[in-house]
Design a protein around this ligand. Structure first.
Ligand SMILES: Nc1ncnc2c1ncn2[C@@H]1O[C@H](COP(=O)(O)OP(=O)(O)OP(=O)(O)O)[C@@H](O)[C@H]1O
Length: 306
């Protein structure tokens, strides 16, 4: 599998501040790849480096099979955190203007613009000033603009900030169809969104990638799972018995349930039934979320730093 973006050991400083500190990442061609991390972890700095096809001051960067050069920029579409549109322009004017920057002009530009305005639900507002569009519509317009020249790589820096859940879902459905196989590199701190749309994600902390994998892999490798047990009636004797079981790391009582953290929920469930089956009314294994995985990796890194 070819890579759309390969970064190796990138270091980038702003004065005293280190934004990227040995940042390494491989984004497979055709994937939807999420870069996840807290505010200030370096996501935007990395995307801006790729968007500008800039040679990093330290480390190496390959984009769409070659070194970062001006010609590569023509094959990239970008949505930054801030809307780039002029509020006095109309959506149609904005798309035609963007087309000119990428050499899409005349009839081809008019047709492509009309098609995208339709797909992104903006056809009815094509000739209104952008200042009269809702926040969600403006974000959709930004994504339509980034797709105008049919880029091979689409960079999306927190594209759905301020967009309500229904619009967000619609926006993603449209992006995933309209990208026509282009690689999507997404920066976000919305872990639910990343879980829903990304094939692969990288967790970033303090300018470094600390874990990479598919959301399913990262969740599977979680160190801790939670088993929730409801007893027929509260019994300190049964609780003590459960706390003694092999694999039951931490037992707490909350809202009439016992919450047991463990490395292996399936094995612990079997032991629970064996030891206290008659006392158990219900047992539930909490499905791990990408958020759980994220916090675990961030925590690991903190431990390593200490
Ligand atoms: N132009 C700049 N000048 C000085 N420092 C900068 C600049 N851009 C980014 N930084 C610093 O680099 C670090 C990484 O910032 P960056 O914006 O890349 O993080 P981020 O993960 O995208 O954060 P957010 O989720 O808040 O957008 C931060 O410490 C930030 O203050």
């Amino acid at each position: 599998m070819n890579s759309a973006v390969t970064a190796q050991g990138i270091r980038r400083r702003y004065g005293e501040r280190t934004a990227l500190d040995g940042f390494s990442l491989e984004v497979p061609e055709g994937s939807v790849f999420g870069v996840l991390g807290p505010n200030g972890s370096g996501k935007s700095t990395f995307l801006a480096l790729v968007a500008g096809a800039e040679r990093p001051p330290e480390g190496s960067l390959t984009i769409l099979g070659g070194p970062p050069t001006r010609s590569v920029r023509a094959r990239i579409g970008t949505v930054f955190q801030e809307n780039a549109s002029d509020p006095l322009m109309t959506p149609l004017e904005y798309l035609l203007f963007a087309g000119r920057l990428f050499g899409v002009t005349g009839q081809a530009a008019r047709e492509r613009s009309a098609e995208l305005l339709e797909r992104f639900g903006l056809a009815g507002r094509a000739k209104d000033p952008i200042s009269t569009l809702s926040g969600g519509m403006r974000r959709r317009l930004e994504v339509a603009r980034a797709l105008l020249h049919r880029p091979a790589l689409l960079l999306l820096d927190e594209p759905t900030t301020g967009v309500d859940p229904e619009e967000r879902k619609l926006l993603w459905e449209t992006v995933l169809v309209e990208r026509s196989g282009a690689t999507v590199l997404l920066a976000t701190n919305d872990l639910h969104e990343a879980d829903a749309v990304c094939d692969l994600v990288a967790f970033v902390q303090a300018g470094r990638v600390v874990a990479t994998g598919s959301p399913a892999e990262l969740k599977r490798n979680l160190r801790k799972q939670t088993v929730r047990v409801e007893l027929h009636s509260a019994s300190s004797e049964v609780e003590a018995q459960i706390a003694e079981l092999a694999g039951a790391d931490n037992v707490t009582a909350a809202n009439g349930e016992l919450l047991i953290t463990t490395d292996d929920a399936a094995a612990l469930a079997a032991r629970l039934f064996e030891a206290a089956g008659a006392a158990i009314r219900s047992l539930r294994i909490d499905e791990a979320s990408l958020e759980d995985a994220y916090f675990q990796f961030v925590q690991r890194r903190k431990e390593a730093v200490r």
